[in-house]
Ligand binder design. Sequence first.
Ligand code: BG6
Length: 468
Amino acid sequence: MTNPHSDALVFFGATGDLAYKKIFPALQAMLKRGHLNVPVVGVAKAGWTLEQLKARAHDSLEKHGGVDPAAFEKLANLLRYVDGDYQAPETFKALRRELKDAHNPAHYLAIPPVLFETVVEQLAKSNCSNGARVIVEKPFGHDLATAQELNKVLLSVFDEADIFRIDHYLGKRPVNNLLAFRFANTFVEAFWNRNYIESVQITMAEDFGVQGRGGFYDQTGTIRDVIQNHLFQVMSNLTMEPPVGFDSESVRDEKVKVLKSIPALEAKNVVRGQFRGYLDENGVAKDSQTETFAALKLEVNSWRWKGVPFYLRAGKCLPTTCTEIVAKFHKPPSLIPDSVLTENHLRMRISPDVTIAMGMMSLAPAAEGISLQAGEMVATHSPGADEMDAYERVLGAAMEADRSLFAREDYVEEAWRIVEPLLRKNSPIYPYVPNTWGPSEVERVTPPGGWQDPVVKHGLSPVATQAA
Ligand code: BG6
């Protein structure tokens, strides 16, 4: 059964890392905007009291964005705490009591996926799942089989309409702005297809390492951590057909269709790297073969995109932190010598700034003869501190039952199908020096004209000038 608005938020893993870094700041932000006025029940097995949880929330806010005294007071008043083992029925009886007369709670499982089955079963047995919805974090499984298993567990108790799978990239406004740019501007449709676009590259670069998450990361790697989910969502927004409406199912139907048109990856189209020093991280196996960098080439065999290669790369310890898309156009017929032409491009940056830039050629003003220069027409915006964070947006959307910001079961399984052969094959792993753009072997998986490395400086890329 689908419910209108949750009348309580329960979060399992209340004393954990995700709650500390993301959930408390999101809750405070929701309170500041007046978007939260229902009880918030933390659940964990830590032997804590409610006062300790409040202190933890305060500490989390001090470290992540700052404490707003008025909003924190409201948060402290809404907070409840249930301490207990997830295996024990008493924990869930206590939760049911704490929920009082709430009939439509949202249960957020901010806990390791191995515990999902236990918690979901206990929610059902204790009557906490009636009229409720469940929110789960990525990664949804470890591969296709475990994702299917996980979906089976969730669907044994909840309807698909009541399952909210968080991929926080869907909570990023600039990621959804890709849809607005495509579908709110008539001129984009004219060139956004294989007739005009030669290749598309998407880079998600991070200039930091695994930040103390070695244990998690070593079991995960770049492909599972950010490519199969975050970058696939970006790619889906770029490649899907116009939906018949902007309701969640129409949008999600189109996203699934686009994934269905992508063949499973072949090892020859993937390069995996590992930054030097990774093996010394806490929680990382000394002989780890886990990638901290990956570059891959995909085909999207839809009517619109057949023949246009899509290149995706992501990595830790790269020279900058930036997520950016560059689509290169075919060159015009050669009235002007090819050697002096740079391809037109469309550059869309998702973070740190939000930019849409058109790369084009023009006559160099001061030169004589046919002397051309490449430049960009740029629209850019730096997000302000008052803009909604992705977690705030997805939590609010889950409580309002807005499904459009969440991954549907069939989408998740298609995404695993595409990367699956790679996860099984254990392709070679190449070392790279931190603060570089990955291993030199990445040459093998490089877009025509090369990777365009993002330059994070006032949102502008350097302007190249070429003379005939
Ligand atoms: C998370 C990954 O999902 O996304 C991290 O687990 C990654 O490894 C993070 O750093 C990036 O998110 P954002 O919002 O900082 O771009």
